[in-house]
Ligand binder design. Structure first.
Ligand code: NDP
Ligand code: OXD
Length: 309
């Protein structure tokens, strides 16, 4: 069984080594050393060059390096008859919840203002706000959104979630579907985007939807850059509609040096590492899927091509 590994973002040699340790029998090929494309059974990829997957005539499984698969589905010629699996990993999930908690608490405890005051040697008492007065809205109540929502609850925040289907998560008010999006947004003091990027969610954070948030709301985007219309976000920040934003993902990555986000006083930029796939944590589930393929057993963590996630 031959496995091709392609990614510009991940250290592919480390990934190859982690997988080889668990499955020494695998014939692992690191792109561009494909050999005969007809040999390849499984492709482990992140943002593969368009046409790469289609050029592998005997491909039986596409395995994403990450939880999101938009970088794979961006190729119009992706062979949609081949099962596509994604990563669902407990440690990645914890990492994302840490990121969400960190930035919600930073906003909640007015940390940016305190840091500015420190830089100006200003001793100024800021009245505390009770967590129960803050409504944290999570767009995308899947693996990551649900975990973050549950971890926000013990702090006393009001937590609401928006997804395609109705959810029953104790303590979290569920909104679902396009018809309930506006009602959801109107409540969010902090909007956390943990959606997958699909044709339906591209550009979902735009001038109209931002204008529905209460004045002074804060945005945390760790979904994908394509969810945000960046010019509309800048307008919302500069017109003081939003109090700030934490952005982990961008339309163009790496974020180009000329991007206004780098130096915007209300923006925190992180380099798409809210939560990462780590080879030692994630290699076992990749090998498990390859073994399942060999034994003719169902592949786990499959993506639905129609839904796009
Ligand atoms: P899941 O597939 O588990 O969850 C996706 C959620 O989004 C589901 O609740 C789904 O609704 C909802 N959703 C999808 N489309 C719509 C829509 N049109 N309208 C309303 N809700 C919608 O994904 P994960 O939680 O595992 O990951 C989410 C995303 O997080 C990834 O796709 C990736 O883009 C991003 N990510 C970012 C990382 C980073 O480091 N910045 C790391 C890992 C992931 P329903 O439940 O009803 O189907
Ligand atoms: C992912 C990511 O999708 O890291 O896993 O963005």
């Amino acid at each position: 069984m031959a496995l091709l590994i392609y990614s510009k973002n991940h250290p592919v040699a480390d990934w190859g080594a982690a997988i080889a340790k668990l499955a020494p029998d695998l014939d692992i090929r690191l792109y561009p050393e494909i050999g005969d494309p007809a040999d390849i059974d499984v492709a482990l990829v992140w943002k593969p060059p368009p046409g790469l997957l289609q050029s592998l005539p005997n491909l039986k499984l596409i395995q994403s390096f990450g939880a999101g698969v938009d970088g794979i589905l961006a190729d119009p010629n992706v062979p949609r008859h081949v099962p596509l699996a994604r990563i669902v990993d407990g440690r990645l999930t914890v990492g994302m919840s840490e990121y969400v908690l960190l930035h919600v608490l930073r906003y909640h405890r007015q940390m940016e203002t305190m840091l500015q005051n420190q830089r100006n040697r200003t001793w100024r008492w800021l009245p505390p706000v009770d967590a129960s007065e803050r409504i944290i809205g999570i767009m995308g109540m899947g693996t990551l959104g649900t975990d973050a929502a549950k971890k926000l609850l013990p702090f006393g925040f009001q937590v609401i979630g928006w997804s395609r289907s109705l959810k029953a998560v104790d303590g979290v008010t569920s909104f679902h579907g396009d018809e309930h999006l506006d009602g959801f947004l109107k409540l969010c003091n902090v909007l956390v985007c943990l959606l997958p990027l699909t044709p339906q969610t591209r550009g979902i954070i735009n001038r109209r939807t931002l204008s529905l948030l209460p004045r002074g709301a804060y945005l945390i985007n760790a979904g994908r850059g394509g969810h945000v219309v960046e010019a509309d976000l800048l307008h919302a920040l500069d017109s003081d509609w939003l109090s700030g934003a934490t952005l982990d993902v961008f339309n163009e990555e790496p974020l180009p040096p000329e991007s206004p986000f780098w130096t915007h006083p209300k923006v925190t930029v992180t380099p798409h590492n809210a939560a990462d796939s780590i080879p030692a944590h994630v290699a076992p589930q990749i090998v498990d899927n390859i073994r399942r393929l060999q034994k003719g057993q169902p592949i786990l963590r499959l993506v639905d091509y129609e839904r796009g996630y």
